[in-house]
Design a binder for this molecule. Structure first.
Ligand code: SAH
Ligand code: SF4
Ligand code: F3S
Length: 477
């Protein structure tokens, strides 16, 4: 060891390293990016929003559609230039690719983008600090084997300080992977088989989030309602029972979950929507298509009628529930009549929110090898018609709330000074005057107006009412 490399300066050196993480894809990637940032923070990397300052650039990628995957390569081209610029100043830059493209393409990424230093799949994130260390030693690393150990148990838990700075809402992954093998979808290949995290781990993480000021927790999983585990009573629990347990945690006032599969909506989960006030009346329940023939070809394993009946049961349990969904248009073999059935189903349900996509053939999935691919122009035209209908439904739902009083969780400052933005129970952004309360408060507001993407509201009653209500309670106890 040279005289200069004292342990002290060594620590300072590593502490000044910076990581820039860019996240693509679903909320599970958002959650994973945070956990990876936490793991790297424990290893001396602090997060930065300025890519030019980063000693490590990590792209957490999505493989769901071709566009998503290709975006990664164009971004890698830009980052390579950055790496060369920084090298001129004698600064080293590591480039990492994580997420579903990493898992699906592995070594191929190094071939197409040789500036990349490390490729790490979603099952091995707990090894990230060790992988980064090896990469700094000049090794090129591809780590995509499925690890036998439980990555969640090995990822460091976020410190309260870090979580608090992330706000009053948080994601919590409870389930990962998918065994359903819809014929269009890469997820079973990129995320592996269904795995549920144990109740004790989930409860402990939710309690830590609550202690750091989080009031709303969204449980995540590629098939979140396939979650199951041994309950504290020794019985087998499903997501419904888990939600009841999490609702007992003081400080957690709102619960959500996403994404759910129609086949896994069981009675206990529907009962949770009926009985748990903390479970928000909003359900993302993708159906993909309205034609039974296409649903069969997609291997969704339910009919359009079964989906509609399921929604009837959910609405009977929780009449104010707002439905959200995902749709694919132009799956191989989709005729105009099949598409008309999708439009009929959308009209029958009435969605408050929805996501719709043109079918994108993914290498290695059965759909890609099916006959009768639909021309791009037809897909585009069907998507436009579907989106026009969904946008109209979303607007109608937003307008139906004008004049009503709702509970609003204040989340962050608005774009304009003097404004706060919160979320309605139905997940819409709501803008309100900052006199309505403080970030983290749940306040009563009256919806005054519906804009295209958000609602505008006025505080109801006295300003600062929530705090005073607490004080009043104190006097009476
Ligand atoms: N597990 C969820 C969906 C996960 S993927 C479910 O079962 O519904 C998110 C959405 O991406 C899907 O619901 C689907 O609408 C869309 N999607 C998945 N693969 C696609 C593909 N090959 N082309 C277009 N959209 C796709
Ligand atoms: Fe993909 Fe289907 Fe699994 Fe959803 S249920 S992740 S769409 S294979
Ligand atoms: Fe994309 Fe992977 Fe999520 S493919 S949608 S990031 S599970």
């Amino acid at each position: 060891m040279s005289g200069k490399e004292t342990p002290g300066t060594g620590t300072v050196d590593t502490a000044t390293k910076k990581v820039f993480v860019k996240t693509y894809g679903c909320q599970m990637n958002v959650y994973d990016s945070q956990r990876m940032t936490d793991a790297l923070a424990a290893d001396g990397y602090c997060a930065t929003d300025v890519i030019e300052d980063a000693d490590l650039v990590l792209l957490n990628t999505c493989h769901i559609r071709e566009k998503a995957a290709e975006k990664v390569y164009s971004e890698l081209g830009r980052i390579r230039q950055l790496k060369e610029e920084r090298a001129k100043d004698g600064r080293e830059t590591l480039i990492g690719v994580s997420g579903c493209v990493a898992q699906a393409e592995g070594r191929e990424i190094l071939r197409r983008a040789p500036a990349v230093d490390l490729v790490i799949g979603p099952q091995t994130y707990h090894r990230l600090p060790a992988v980064v260390k090896r990469a700094r030693g000049g090794e090129k690393i591809v780590e995509t084997e499925y690890a036998i150990e439980d990555k969640f148990a090995h990822l460091p838990h976020p410190e309260g300080r870090i979580v608090r700075s992330r706000g009053v809402t948080a994601f919590l992954t409870v389930q990962e992977g998918c065994d359903k093998f819809c014929t269009f979808c890469v997820v079973p290949y990129t995320r592996g088989a269904e795995v549920s995290r144990p109740v004790s781990q989930i409860v402990a993480e939710a309690e830590r989030l609550a202690a750091s000021g989080v009031r709303e927790v969204t449980l995540l999983g590629q098939n979140v309602n396939a979650w199951h585990g041994e309950g504290v009573d020794g019985r087998e629990w499903g997501l419904g029972e888990l939600l009841f347990r999490l609702a007992e945690i003081p400080g957690i006032d709102r619960l959500r979950y996403t994404t759910s599969h129609p086949r896994d909506m069981d009675d206990a989960l529907i009962a949770a929507h009926r009985d748990l006030d903390k479970l928000m009346p909003y359900l993302h329940l993708p159906v993909q298509a309205g034609s039974d023939r296409i649903l069969k070809a997609m291997n969704r394993r339910h009919t359009a009628e079964e989906y509609l009946r399921l929604i009837e049961r959910i609405r009977a349990a929780r009449p104010d529930i707002a439905m959200s969904g995902d749709f694919i248009v132009g799956f191989p073999g989709e005729t105009e009549e099949d598409f008309a059935e999708t439009m009929r189903l959308v009209r029958a349900v009435g969605y408050a929110q929805a996501f719709s996509f043109k079918y994108s053939p993914r290498p290695g999935t059965p759909g890609a090898d099916m006959a009768d691919h639909v021309p791009e122009a037809v897909k585009g035209e069907r998507l436009q018609r579907l989106q026009a209908l969904l946008t109209e439904q979303q607007r109608d739902f937003a307008r139906s709330l004008v004049g009503t009083e709702i509970d609003l969780l204040l989340e962050k400052p608005g774009r304009e000074a003097g404004q706060l933005v919160g979320r309605s129970p139905w997940l819409q952004p709501v803008i309100v005057d900052d006199a309505a309360g403080r970030i983290g408060d749940i306040v009563k507001v009256r919806i005054a107006r519906a804009g295209p993407n958000s609602l505008f509201a006025d505080p109801v009653g006295e300003i600062g009412a929530p705090e005073r209500a607490e004080a009043t309670k104190g006097v009476y106890v």
